[in-house]
Write a protein that binds this ligand. Structure first.
Ligand code: GAP
Length: 509
């Protein structure tokens, strides 16, 4: 996969009404995007797929929808006011701003690329006899590069863990990292930059309260722990799920909707008895990977990446990484968050955040397993894995989005073969029958081949064509987007077939 492919995906997303730059008539707003008519359908379908998998299919998970504004003490308690920072550095010549840790990581990626180049060369040279594991472990140059990576990673992790900004700057100097824009090494010191957006509540001058736009949805769940406990008849282990907007003033926001300043998260906090958290952590890792894999993309598009450096609140953490066009990157985080958040809220609010366990007759602050996935990032994962340019038998090229049918914006297109002879009326009848259950599109403009291409380009999995035979025997053709095969079936059968193929159970079970 390449940068070129990524460019094609972003322009396809715009051309077909999935994603637009925000406020485009004013030249856009950096790292903020709007979703168009097909984009909002896809996004809502992803939300539904997650929500049903988490809430509807789990008796012991309930949902909430907390406000974006929260009492400012929430962020003191959660640690975000003091520690939700990125280390930034400016180049004095280009005046460009970078994340200091990312500059080092990019340097590490370059060394890693050298290793991969050695491996590729050796594979070519030795052919079938090539023992890759042995080569990686023993080849002197690969060993040298690996040692460099280990040493730099150790220094980077130490500096980040100890919040040692001079050490981070020293590392950038030591590695002679130059600004990709100016090419110089004329850097400022490294400074911490808090990622939360601030705003004000209240109109009276002087009495306004400083608020933050929430940087994660999770805290809305923690502060409602007691409310849910009292009102939802839940018993440990149980979960609270939420989908909502989050805001982060990312220093560098690029790669389209991968890293945005306003985005949506789908988060679930699962409350468990202390001491059982590792079991549940493993359980949720498996469940979440199953959810991803249920969509049918190749298995090698996903991998777990355990965190080496744990956040202050976690005792285990992993990312589900996805193979984006620009490489493997985090799609979802799964954290064992201990009792950190509830304990801190208890401390800061003075309210008990505890659970009386009727089985053990103990009262305790529950431990928490969190699953947290970015909705926009999931959208990008689907778009980039679905986008295909296929050369057909007649030599023409079709652009098709092989979006998993359960998530496709439009489920079925209803197309009269021609715009006369009573076919549009017949097709409209079918459209009216289907629209109660499915997102349907009626299209009679242009030749049928062009209409199929339009549907392929937005990922519509099925197209029903009404032709002259329909008028005599009430049969239609059902076209499959991926195989392009058409089967002739009674029109009355279409709702049943679609229901069967688009049923949640057919995908998730
Ligand atoms: N409550 C835990 C939490 O917020 P995180 O790893 O910072 O953890 C979770 O974020 C997920 O949210 C990430 O895996 C990613 O999918 C998404 N996410 C985070 N920052 C994002 C951004 N700036 N733009 C888009 N998605 C983002």
């Amino acid at each position: 996969m390449s940068e070129d492919l990524f460019k094609k995906i972003t322009s396809h997303a715009k051309e077909y009404g999935f994603v637009y730059p925000s406020s485009e008539i004013y030249d856009g707003l950096s790292a903020v995007y709007d979703y168009g008519p097909n984009g909002v359908l896809l996004k809502n379908n992803i939300k539904q797929y997650w929500w049903k998998a988490m809430v509807q299919l789990h008796e012991n998970i309930v949902g909430i929808d907390a406000a974006i504004f929260m009492h400012p003490t929430v962020w003191k308690a959660s640690g975000h006011t003091d520690a939700f920072n990125d280390p930034l550095i400016d180049n004095k010549d280009s005046k460009k701003r970078y994340r200091a840790d990312q500059l080092v990581e990019e340097h590490l990626a370059k060394i890693q690329a050298k290793i991969e180049k050695e491996v590729r060369k050796a594979r070519k040279r030795f052919g079938d006899a090539f023992d890759e594991a042995k080569f990686r472990a023993e080849h002197p140059r690969v060993q040298k590069y690996t040692a460099q990576i280990d040493e730099i990673s150790r220094k980077l992790n130490d500096a980040l863990a100890n919040n040692n900004l001079p050490a981070l700057k020293a590392l950038i100097d030591e590695l002679e990292i130059a600004d990709p824009v100016s090419g110089t090494r004329n850097w400022t010191d490294v400074k911490q930059f808090n990622l939360m957006f601030q705003t004000q509540l209240g109109a009276v001058a002087g009495s306004a309260q400083h608020l933050y736009l929430r940087p994660e949805t999770a805290q809305g769940i923690f502060v409602n722990f007691n409310n849910v406990l009292k009102t939802a008849r839940v018993k440990i282990p149980f979960g609270i799920a939420q989908i909502g907007k989050a805001f982060r003033n990312e220093i560098i926001a690029r790669q389209f909707i991968f890293r945005m300043r306003e985005f949506e998260q789908m988060e679930m906090q699962f409350f468990v008895r202390p001491g059982t958290e590792m079991e549940w952590y493993e359980n949720w890792k498996e469940k979440r990977m199953h959810w991803h894999r249920s969509l049918g993309f190749p298995a090698d598009f996903y991998r777990f990446k355990d965190h080496e450096q744990l956040a202050h609140y976690a005792n285990a953490a992993t990312d589900i990484e996805f193979r984006f066009p620009f490489g493997f990157k985090e799609l979802e985080g799964i954290h064992s968050r201990t009792d950190f958040d509830l304990r801190r809220h208890e401390e800061f609010s003075g309210r008990k955040m505890r659970y009386f366990d009727p089985e053990t007759r103990e009262t305790y602050i529950p431990y928490v397993i969190e699953t947290s996935i970015g909705l926009d990032r999931m959208f990008l994962a689907i778009l980039s894995a679905s986008y295909k340019e296929e050369t057909l038998d007649d030599g023409s090229v079709r652009t098709v989005l092989r979006i998993p049918a359960i998530l496709s914006p439009v489920k079925v297109a209803v197309l009269p073969l021609v715009k006369k002879d009573g076919l549009p009326e017949k097709a409209r009848e079918l459209f009216d029958r289907l629209k109660w259950d499915f997102q349907v599109q009626y299209d009679e403009k242009d030749a049928i081949g062009r209409r199929y291409r339009r549907q392929d380009a937005i990922g519509t999995p099925y197209a029903v064509t009404v032709d002259h035979q329909t008028l005599s025997d009430d049969t239609v053709t059902l076209r499959d987007r991926d195989t392009m095969q058409q089967e002739r079936i009674p029109a009355a059968e279409i709702p049943r077939i679609l229901n069967q193929r688009l049923h949640l159970k057919a995908w998730l079970d």
